[in-house]
Design a protein around this ligand. Structure first.
Ligand code: FNR
Ligand code: LAC
Length: 361
C-alpha cells in the first residue's frame, strides 16, 4: 500500500476519495452506504447546503478557542468521533489507532459495541484518551452487562445507548456486494459463541428489538456513568429520554443507514434542543463534513457534533495518522469559521447566525 502524502489531502472529501480507492468493494459499500434509496444519507449532507451563515463583523477575534465542555470533559474541538463498527476492516490500526488519533486531536472517541478491538484493549492503547462507549443492548443481557462492566472498569466516561437500530436498515449496497464481516468483533463472538463471518443484518439480529423506555430508566439508574440516548430525531422522544434518566441526547439517524425517509438530523436539531431545554447536552451527527457545518449545528443549539465517515475515511486512507489529520483539519476549519463569523468560541454562537438559504442545485 503506497504511502499517502497527507499534506496533499486538504479536506474530508480528499480523504473520502483516497479511502474509496483503497477499500475493497465490500468494505467501501458497507462504510459509505445508507439504507434504501439513500435519501436520508444524502439529506444529512444537503441540509447544511440549505443554510447560510450570516457573519457578524468588527468583533475582536484575535483570541479564539474551539474548546468546549461536554459531560464535564473539556475538549479542544467540538468534533467527537462517532461510534463506527469494524474499524479494522478500514485499516489495521483499527479502533486503537482511532482512539490515539482522537486523543492527539484533543477530542473524545466513542467506541462501538461491535468494534474489532475490545474496550479494554482500546483503553490500553490510548490510556490518556477520553472515551465513551456506544452500547447496543443485545438480546443476551449477559453479554451486554459484561460489555458495560468492561467499559466502566476501563475508564470510559459515558455510555451512548443506540436506540435507532432494533433491526438493520435495508443496506442494498451490502446485498449487491454480498458483504460479510470477516473480522473478529469480540462482542459478536461472545454473543454467537463463535467467530463466524456474518452479514450486518445477522449481527443486528443480536440487538434486542424489545428495548423500551423502562430499559433506559433501569440502565440510567444502575449505570455509574452518564447515559446518552443516540438516535432520536423527535422532540417528544428527546423529552422522554430526559425524563427516563438520560444525561443527554445525540440527534442521529445513524448516518442514513436505518430508516430511509427519516429527516436530516440538522432539520431535527432545534426541536430536540427545545425539548431537552438545557437539562443536558444535545449532540448531533450525520452529514457533517466541514467546519462551517459544525458551526451551523452549534449555532442552532448543539453542544458538540460527532463525525462517523470523515474519521473513518482518514483511518482508511492512512491509519491513525490519517484519522488524526482529518480531526485536526476539521478543528482548523471550525476555528476559521468562528473567526469569520465574528465568534471567539463555540459559546459565542447563537441561532441568529443561521438562516435558510436556497438549496444548491
Ligand atoms: C455507523 N454508526 C454506528 N452507530 C452506532 O451507534 N453503532 C455502530 O456500531 C455504528 N456503526 C457504524 C458503521 C458505519 C460504517 C457508519 C458509517 C456508521 C453510525 C454513526 O455512529 C453515526 O451516527 C453516523 O456515521 C453519522 O453520520 P456521518 O458522520 O457518517 O455522516
Ligand atoms: C451499522 C451498525 C453496525 O450502521 O451500527 O452498520
Amino acid at each position: 500500500m503506497t504511502d499517502v502524502d497527507l499534506d496533499r489531502l486538504v479536506n474530508v472529501a480528499d480523504f473520502e476519495r483516497v479511502a474509496s480507492e483503497r477499500l475493497d468493494a465490500g468494505a467501501l459499500g458497507y462504510f459509505a452506504g445508507g439504507a434504501g434509496d439513500e435519501r436520508t444519507l444524502r439529506e444529512n449532507v444537503e441540509a447544511y447546503a440549505r443554510r447560510r451563515l450570516w457573519p457578524r463583523v468588527l468583533v475582536d477575534v484575535s483570541d479564539v478557542s474551539t474548546a468546549t465542555t461536554v459531560l464535564g470533559r473539556e475538549i479542544a474541538s467540538p468534533v467527537i468521533v462517532a461510534p463506527v463498527a469494524f474499524q479494522k476492516l478500514a485499516h489495521p490500526d483499527g479502533e486503537a489507532g482511532m482512539a490515539r488519533a482522537a486523543a492527539a486531536a484533543g477530542t473524545i472517541m466513542c467506541l462501538s459495541t461491535i468494534a474489532t478491538t475490545a474496550p479494554a484493549e482500546v483503553a490500553a492503547a490510548a490510556p490518556g484518551a477520553p472515551r465513551w462507549f456506544q452500547l447496543y443492548c443485545f438480546r443476551d443481557r449477559g453479554v451486554t452487562r459484561a460489555l458495560l462492566d468492561e467499559a466502566i472498569d476501563n475508564g470510559y466516561e459515558a455510555i451512548a445507548l443506540t436506540v435507532d437500530a432494533p433491526r438493520a436498515g435495508r443496506r442494498e449496497r451490502d446485498f449487491r456486494t454480498g458483504f460479510r464481516v470477516d473480522a473478529t468483533a469480540p462482542a459478536v463472538a461472545a454473543a454467537v459463541g463463535a467467530d463466524a463471518a456474518l452479514t450486518p443484518a445477522e449481527i443486528f439480529a443480536l440487538v434486542d428489538p424489545a428495548l423500551n423506555w423502562d430499559d433506559l430508566a433501569e440502565l440510567a439508574s444502575d449505570c455509574s456513568i452518564p447515559v446518552l440516548v443516540k438516535g432520536a430525531v423527535r422532540g417528544d422522544d428527546a423529552g422522554l429520554a430526559m425524563r427516563n434518566g438520560a444525561a443527554g441526547v445525540v440527534v442521529s439517524n445513524h448516518g442514513g443507514r436505518q430508516l430511509d425517509g427519516a429527516p436530516a438530523t440538522l432539520d431535527a436539531l432545534e426541536e430536540i434542543v427545545e425539548a431537552v431545554d438545557g437539562r443536558g447536552p444535545v449532540l448531533i451527527d450525520g452529514g457533517i463534513r466541514r467546519g462551517t457545518d459544525v458551526v451551523t449545528a452549534l449555532a442552532l443549539g448543539a453542544d458538540a457534533v460527532l463525525v462517523g465517515r470523515p474519521a473513518l475515511w482518514g483511518l482508511a486512507a492512512a491509519g491513525e495518522a490519517g484519522a488524526r489529520r482529518v480531526l485536526e483539519l476539521l478543528r482548523d476549519e471550525v476555528e476559521l469559521a468562528l473567526v469569520l463569523c465574528g465568534a471567539n468560541s463555540p459559546a459565542a454562537l447563537g441561532p441568529g447566525l443561521v438562516r435558510p438559504g436556497p438549496a444548491l442545485n
